[in-house]
Design a protein around this ligand. Structure first.
Ligand code: PLP
Length: 440
């Protein structure tokens, strides 16, 4: 019996043996196509020798250097690559080891910024229901993933509150225009600012494309500018969580590039290192860092493994490859092919209520009844059943739920590596089709 406290104490996971390109081989069974990048992580697929080489070179040179004493070349070059050209005004990067750590750092940077500029009363963060920002206590409190939050509610901080997401399939009223829906959501955010006291709010936090909790939910045009306007009116920051949807997954390097806004602070993680090493980051606007520089002179935060040399070397290699191999263009082209293939295969399926996403980030939402959009009973665990059937059919897709309140709703995410070829996309959809047929 395994001595690891696995995610499930009932079923031991398959032992992973090797990975090459899109294929992953377990200790038993045939190889499977990794059509979800794990959890939208493996953006380059598996076993890219250029990344392996960069990791090895860095480990030989120096594997660890504590940031109290040193910086390292890989971290410096990675920061230059990410924010050297100040995209959207983002000028500084702070490297951590995961998406949750990035979210914690974003919250603390926002809080410290307001302390530094003489607004110590700002300590409230508004996020959205049906969102996920990580599993550490700050990020969990911030998020609106009901199922993951619920057991821990008594130990979560009370500085977080939640408003409705922009989720047209589930929450746009019948007959309501897109503009009216966006205006309703902006009014709700404004009301929440007023309820809390507008000068107490530090930031509004959102995923540009909602990942795990709702399944690749894009916002309606105009939504993010409307939210930004509310934040600006009250002097609060906009923090965008691109841990899952960022670093090329949406077809542009940053998902916010397609939304008409730039964040004050942004978090990134999964596609940053592509799974070759654990790494995440926050990217921050110059004025935020300048406020700290002019004030206390330090970001009062830190982790033992921040800006880890080997992790930064891996991410630097991954990011260079995305640029050198022109992979964003491939994400756009393969994303279009995936959308068409999903529509053709599942567009008329009685139990596929919605097919949504962008770039190489797509989800199927399963429903018991298409017309009423009624969800399946939670006990049926449709998303898990589809995941298991998909593994049996030789394709890995990411199962999630929580569309309504975290206890109902089923979707699966299809997020193949950016290197996917047309025949990979077709095979993924064919295998997924067989899996869905086996369950529904
Ligand atoms: N934010 C978003 C949007 C995520 O999807 C996730 C993980 O799925 C996180 C934060 C947390 O990242 P991690 O699991 O690396 O801590």
């Amino acid at each position: 019996m395994s001595r690891i406290l696995h995610r499930s104490l009932r079923n031991e996971p398959l032992l992973a043996v090797s990975g090459r390109g899109l294929m992953v081989q377990g200790a038993t069974g045939a190889p499977v196509i990794d059509a979800s990048g794990g959890a939208a992580v493996a953006c380059l697929g598996h076993g890219d020798e250029r990344v392996v080489e960069a990791i090895t070179r860095q480990a030989r040179q120096i594997a660890y250097a504590h940031t109290v004493f040193f910086t390292c070349q890989a971290a410096e070059e990675l920061a230059d690559l990410l924010v050297g050209h100040a995209p959207g005004g983002l000028t500084h990067a702070y490297f951590v080891s995961s998406g949750s750590e990035a979210m914690e750092a974003a919250l603390k940077l926002a809080r410290q910024y307001f302390l530094e500029i003489g607004q110590p009363q700002r300590h409230r963060f508004i996020a959205r229901r049906q969102s996920y920002h990580g599993n550490t206590l700050g990020a969990l409190g911030l998020g609106g993933n009901f199922a993951r939050r619920e057991p821990y509610t008594p130990i979560l901080a009370d500085c977080f509150s939640h408003v409705s997401p922009c989720f047209a399939y589930r929450f746009q009223d019948a007959g309501e225009s897109d503009a009216d829906y966006v205006a309703r959501l902006a009014a709700e955010l404004e009301d929440e600012f007023q309820r809390l006291g507008p000068d107490k709010v530090a930031a509004f936090v959102a995923e540009p494309i909602v990942g795990a909790t709702s399944g690749c939910v894009t916002a309606l045009p105009g939504y993010f500018p409307a939210m930004r306007a509310v934040c600006d009116r009250h002097g609060a920051l906009l923090i965008l969580d691109e841990v899952m949807c960022g670093m090329g997954r949406s077809g542009t390097l940053h998902a916010w590039e397609q939304e008409g806004v730039a964040p004050d602070i942004q978090t990134i993680a999964k596609g940053l290192g592509g799974g070759y090493q654990p790494i995440g980051a926050i990217l921050a606007q110059g004025r935020i860092v300048e406020a700290l520089a002019a004030g206390s002179g330090a970001f009062k935060h830190g982790h033992t493994y921040q800006a880890h040399p080997v992790a930064c070397a891996a991410a630097l290699a991954v990011q260079r490859i995305i640029r050198e191999d022109n992979l964003l263009a491939n994400v756009q082209a393969m994303g279009a092919r995936l959308e068409t293939a999903l529509q053709e295969r599942f567009g008329n399926h009685a139990n596929v209520g919605d097919i949504r996403g962008r770039g190489l980030f797509w989800a199927l939402e399963f429903v018991e009844d298409r017309a009423s959009r009624k969800t399946f009973a939670p006990a049926r665990k449709i998303n898990e059943a589809v995941k298991d059937a998909a593994m049996a059919a030789g394709v890995m897709i990411y199962p999630m739920g929580g569309t309504i309140d975290g206890r109902q709703g089923d979707h699966v995410i299809i997020a193949p590596p950016y290197i996917a070829r047309p025949e990979d996309i077709d095979e993924i959809v064919a295998r997924l089709g067989r899996a869905v047929d086996a369950v529904l």
